[in-house]
Design a binder for this molecule. Structure first.
Ligand code: ADP
Length: 166
């Protein structure tokens, strides 16, 4: 069955110029990109993204990491891959969490490292289940930014000020 997976190219991947290499690896999976954006991650967004890790000793480190603290480029690239077995395929290409244990051909095995502070700097995030993918995609994207209707939507009239071209 077709499904969606959220992939984030984390600030280390952006700062080290690995974007092209990461796309090349994922392109082997024969999946469709249905959403993509460059984003500067705010603390509340990242804390929600990693809420399952809030009791871990590395929580602060991983929040700073995703926000780009200390990196040349403080942003990340969010991509939604869609297709048959997207989550399993993307996770295989990404490799396991610890870059030293990841398969050397995987993204994390090829380009990841453990920092001197002990953080796994592993280049990409990939959703780990359909439930997580839905939660994460709804955090990072609005319905209009995705080229498929993945989840139920509501239409509202916005009254907010909006930036437009002069
Ligand atoms: P994954 O990203 O593989 O789904 P987790 O959700 O458990 O793994 O962890 C989120 C991120 O936190 C990891 O990608 C990695 O950057 C960091 N991390 C996870 N476990 C550790 C650890 N034991 N020590 C240091 N950093 C870790």
């Amino acid at each position: 069955m077709k499904e969606a997976a959220l992939v984030l190219i984390k600030p280390d991947g952006i700062s080290k110029g690995l974007t092209g290499a990461v796309f090349t690896k994922f392109s082997q999976a024969d999946l469709e990109i249905i959403g993509i954006k460059i984003a500067k991650a705010s603390r509340p967004l990242v804390e929600k993204h990693y809420e399952h890790l809030k009791d871990e000793p590395f929580f602060k480190g991983v929040i700073d990491y995703l926000m780009g603290k200390g990196y040349k480029r403080k942003k990340l690239l969010a991509i939604i891959y869609y297709g048959e077995g997207a989550i399993k395929k993307c996770r295989k290409i990404a490799g396991v969490t610890n870059p030293e244990e990841a398969h050397p051909f995987s993204i994390r095995g090829s380009y990841g490292r453990i920092t001197t502070k002990g953080l796994y700097e592993n280049v990409v995030h990939v959703s780990s289940s359909r439930r997580d993918a839905k939660r994460e995609i709804q955090l990072w994207f609005e319905p209009a930014e995705i080229t498929r209707e993945l989840y139920p939507e509501n239409k509202i009239v916005e009254q907010e000020k909006k930036r437009v071209w002069k």
